[in-house]
Design a protein around this ligand. Sequence first.
Ligand code: FE2
Length: 295
Amino acid sequence: MKVRKLAYSLGAEVTDLDLREPQSDAIINEIREAWLEHLVLCFPRQDLSPDELVAFTARFGKLDDDRAGSLWNLPDHPKVNIIANKPVEIGAKTIVPVIADKWHTDLSFALRPSSATWLNAKQLPPIGGDTMFASMYAAYDALSPSMQGFIGGLEGMHDVSMSPDWGRYTPEIQARRRGTHPPVVHPVVRTHPESGRKGIFAGGFLRKLIGFTEQESRPIIDLLNTHATDYPFVYRHKWSKDDLLMWDNRCTMHNAVQDYDRTQLRLLHRATLLAEKSGRYYEAENASSAPASMS
Ligand SMILES: [Fe+2]
């Protein structure tokens, strides 16, 4: 296989592979090393069936099999989700649209966030519909030691209801999503378990910082998200049909830019690898910060 860098901080193209075929352990290891080094990999011209996508991606670990509560999975392939900008009918099932036009890390609102996500482009608008990725290593490294020290002591509450799609969900879907994913707490700076490097863990699901009010938290969160997605840390992927992308959610954020004709269908197949359990469920704060009783 050949690996070619696509951008300064992250992103590489991997060619000379046919992922419909079974791959040797040596090739899987090479892909894994390229993924850890470049954070986002694009394998062009990989028109994978759902079975082929699962066969390839399961070589890297345990796949998510429907924790989202059946909203997006193919009825006969629970590990393959449909990511489409419009409702898609598959048999008796209507797949709910996903519009992720906000910087985020997949499943940051879960106790087991995602380590890897794969997307295989099946149908694209004639122009636009790019996905942007940002390196949280590069963003962390560029901070001053003072800021690194400050955020190194912070924890944040991630909440599924911060999803850019939230207002488009029915009350039933909202209740289901809240039930599946109560708010969780993760550190704002995390050490990648494989590379040992530190990265910012913020993004669009981060609602508040622990020990701070939401009002106090907002400018700090906005500062982090704005800094973390500055141009030098970003790779913008222009999709071609049959591209397979693989990225590391433990050290990146991404944003599906809505710069295309929304009447056109944009449809991708997704598989998700689960990271180790981390963080904890959020418990209501403020017992100690409530105003003292006058009695
Ligand atoms: Fe995403």
